[in-house]
Design a protein around this ligand. Structure first.
Ligand SMILES: *[C@@H]1O[C@H](CO)[C@@H](O)[C@H](O)[C@H]1NC(C)=O
Ligand SMILES: *[C@@H]1O[C@H](CO)[C@@H](O)[C@H](O)[C@H]1NC(C)=O
Ligand SMILES: *[C@@H]1O[C@H](CO)[C@@H](O)[C@H](O)[C@H]1NC(C)=O
Length: 649
């Protein structure tokens, strides 16, 4: 719980700052879940731990790196291989998946020891944390062994098992829970997962399976790094560093972006990323080899391309820096566990060139709760660019809801939806005849957000999901490269629907910038770049006034007294019951909308955008059928598997 609260607070600050600085929302908020800020490089995975090269994905589960998960995916077989590595085994391990990281109602895989023998099994926890072995065992144990580094457990599982107690592995965020069992377990019945207080780690288990595009031979890198600064001895610091591109730099294309943290010695470690290895010359040149990447006190980073031209170089606290109109570059952090962000082989993000700003700003959020003094840091972003321009410029577009209090979520709601529209009129006006290709996407809501889904509608039918996350968390907003690019043609509609939970709130949650207000946004990365920067909507304000009149009359309140107040006041004066909530929901799903079909100059495209009809959807996409083929569940074994670890290494 403590960890969670801390995250919430950080998130507030993050957002507020981002807004002050950029008037655009955070592009990258990938909070670093460590409760302990210091991690010795040696405790991160060592460079030679390639005992299973077939498991390319990796995430440390606990901040100290005692427990790590490696995995791979087979879309053909619809299964995931996972390897849990523990520095120390004690009496067992627990890994689970649940809706939002709760220990209850979780799908579990367990290794436990009763004092004599060890067992492996597929289990679940009920709403009180009680553990029961599944009647159908869907995790298949493949290997268990003691290694020089500790212990390794390899198993696999289908994405979907058809066991009602099992979690369905889908694209989007997966909340993993994990724990090391420190006592012998004589019966699973004695185990209460809630009492174990398992840790939580969010990951994208399913990743694009296409190989990353190869980099051009003339690729160069440019690092925007905090210039070896001393991290202030305070809990929260936003460090801003303005980087100046070389004068007269011609137009280049950024083809990949990676993020990392550099720290001065003691130890040397080569980055294992193969892109980095490929062009080690460049790497050595720019980053002295004695420097090391490591988990530091970095919470997250962002890079902006500043719009203004006459800037000076700057390195210091962001609060003393002037807010500037800026353009975001795609960035991400959590190096090296997160993969690089790369562009499709025929597109790149412009860097340099005539008329383009020469200033980039790096913003690093340091989280130093233990007030460690004297820690130095050179975190930053590495841009991989090429002078051989690709065919298309890439761009970023904002979909979803306009930030306005007219879009609100009533209190006490378990599930409430708000939808932002990008209408056919707007795409017809703004997109080229061949359309655009969306290749990456980043979802965004604040604390009440539970799910986000952007879907493409053509001719009144949903044809393709751009991105969906049923377990979305505001604490895990990384840019996701889409498994399949989505082409949007003139006349297509994009719906971005957000799901909120306000069960713990007593007042309406209105749309806005504040952390207790809400947003519903999808930043899509696409090419070829167009003038369409923003395609968002909100309900027509006149219709909202009709809603207030109806509801207040229904509740016997004098509606006239509200005429002078703000929409926020009007919402807080509503008596919330199921009737007022349902009427608001039907207002939002039927009333005309105001479209913001905006150009990058922050002007509307010519056209009539007020009181537009909500785009109709005649046919929704059917969820993909989950094959419930019993033969794929490897064994209908009813009991746990006895485990006798091998010794290796
Ligand atoms: C996943 O890893 C397992 C175990 O190392 C390996 O046998 C399998 O071939 C791998 N599958 C894929 C799709 O990489
Ligand atoms: C498990 O522990 C939690 C928290 O300590 C408690 O609320 C819950 O009732 C316990 N469940 C059972 C079945 O005892
Ligand atoms: C779109 O442009 C209009 C006209 O400049 C502006 O009033 C509006 O605030 C813009 N919308 C958004 C969401 O920025």
């Amino acid at each position: 719980m403590r960890l969670l609260n801390k995250d919430l607070r950080l998130q507030d600050v993050t957002l507020i700052y981002a807004i002050l600085l950029a008037a655009l929302v955070v592009l990258l908020v990938a909070p670093y879940h460590a409760s302990s800020p210091s991690l010795s490089p040696a405790s991160s995975s060592s460079p030679d731990d390639t005992s299973r090269p077939s498991l390319p994905y990796h995430v440390p589960l606990d901040p100290a790196g005692q427990l790590e998960l490696y995995w791979n995916i087979s879309y053909a077989k619809q299964e995931v291989y996972m390897e849990l590595r523990a520095k120390e085994l004690h009496h067992g391990l627990l890994l689970g998946m649940s809706d939002r990281g709760e220990p209850t109602d979780a799908d579990l895989v367990l290794l436990w020891n009763d004092g004599h023998k060890s067992y492996f099994g597929d289990a679940w926890s009920d709403d009180e944390g009680r553990v029961t072995l599944d009647s159908q065992q869907d995790y298949e144990l493949l290997d268990a062994r003691n290694t020089p580094e500790g212990f390794s457990l390899l198993f696999k599982r289908p994405f979907s098992t058809c066991d009602p107690h099992d979690y369905v592995i889908e694209e989007g965020t997966v909340h993993l829970i994990f724990s090391v069992l420190d006592q012998p377990i004589h019966s699973l019945r004695q185990l209460n997962v809630s009492r174990l207080q398992p840790g939580v780690q969010r990951v994208l288990l399913l990743r694009p399976d296409a190989p990353s595009p190869s980099l051009p031979s003339d690729v160069r890198t440019l690092e925007v790094l905090a210039p070896d600064i001393v991290i202030p001895q305070q809990e929260t610091t936003y460090w801003c560093y303005t980087y100046q591109l070389p004068p007269n730099m011609p137009k280049n294309h950024i083809v990949m972006v990676t993020a990392g943290r550099l720290r001065t010695p003691p130890s040397v470690r080569i980055i294992r990323d193969r892109f980095v290895m490929n062009s080690q010359q460049e790497y050595r040149f720019l980053v002295p080899k004695r420097w090391v990447w490591e988990e530091a006190i970095v919470h997250h980073m962002e890079v902006f391309k500043l719009a203004s031209h006459g800037l000076r170089s700057y390195s210091g606290s962001c609060t003393q820096d002037e807010a500037e109109e800026s353009e975001l570059l795609p960035t991400r952090c959590r190096w090296p566990s997160e993969r690089p962000f790369y562009y499709p082989s025929d597109a790149g993000l412009p860097l340099g060139g005539e008329g383009s700003s020469r200033f980039l700003r790096l913003e690093v959020h340091y989280h130093n709760p233990l007030l460690i003094s004297g820690r130095r840091d050179s975190s930053g972003i590495r841009l991989w660019f090429t002078p051989s321009l690709r065919r298309f410029d890439a761009g970023i577009m904002e979909l979803g809801l306009v930030y306005t209090p007219v879009m609100a979520v009533p209190p006490h709601q378990h599930t409430f939806h708000l939808t932002g529209y990008c209408t056919a009129e707007c795409t017809r006006t703004a997109l080229p005849p061949g359309g655009i290709h969306i290749f990456a996407s980043q979802l965004h809501t604040h604390l009440a957000g539970r799910g986000v889904r952007t879907v493409l509608v053509r001719g009144g039918r949903e044809v393709e999901v751009v991105q969906e996350d049923k377990h979305f968390s505001t604490h895990y907003q990384i840019i996701r490269i889409l498994r399949k690019m989505v082409t949007v043609l003139p006349g297509d509609v994009l719906l971005t629907k957000c799901t909120y939970n306000t069960e713990d709130r007593v007042k309406a949650t209105v749309g806005g910038f504040g952390i207790m207000e809400e947003m519903c946004v999808n930043y899509v990365h696409y090419y070829p770049r167009t003038q369409l920067e923003l395609c968002k909507s909100h309900v027509d304000p006149d219709y909202l006034q009709r809603y207030f009149r109806i509801i207040n009359r229904f509740h016997g309140e004098d509606s006239c007294s509200f005429s002078q107040t703000t929409v926020e006041d009007q919402f807080s004066a509503v008596t919330w019951d199921s009737f007022s909530a349902e009427v608001l929901d039907s207002l939002y799903t039927t009333s005309p909308i105001s479209m913001h079909c905006n150009q990058s100059t922050a002007e509307l495209f010519p056209g009539n955008w007020e009181k537009q009809k909500i785009p109709g959807v005649l046919a929704e996409l059917q969820p993909a059928a989950r094959p419930c083929d019993p033969s794929r569940a490897p064994a209908q074994r009813n009991g746990p598997t006895e485990v006798r670890p091998r010794r290796s290494g």
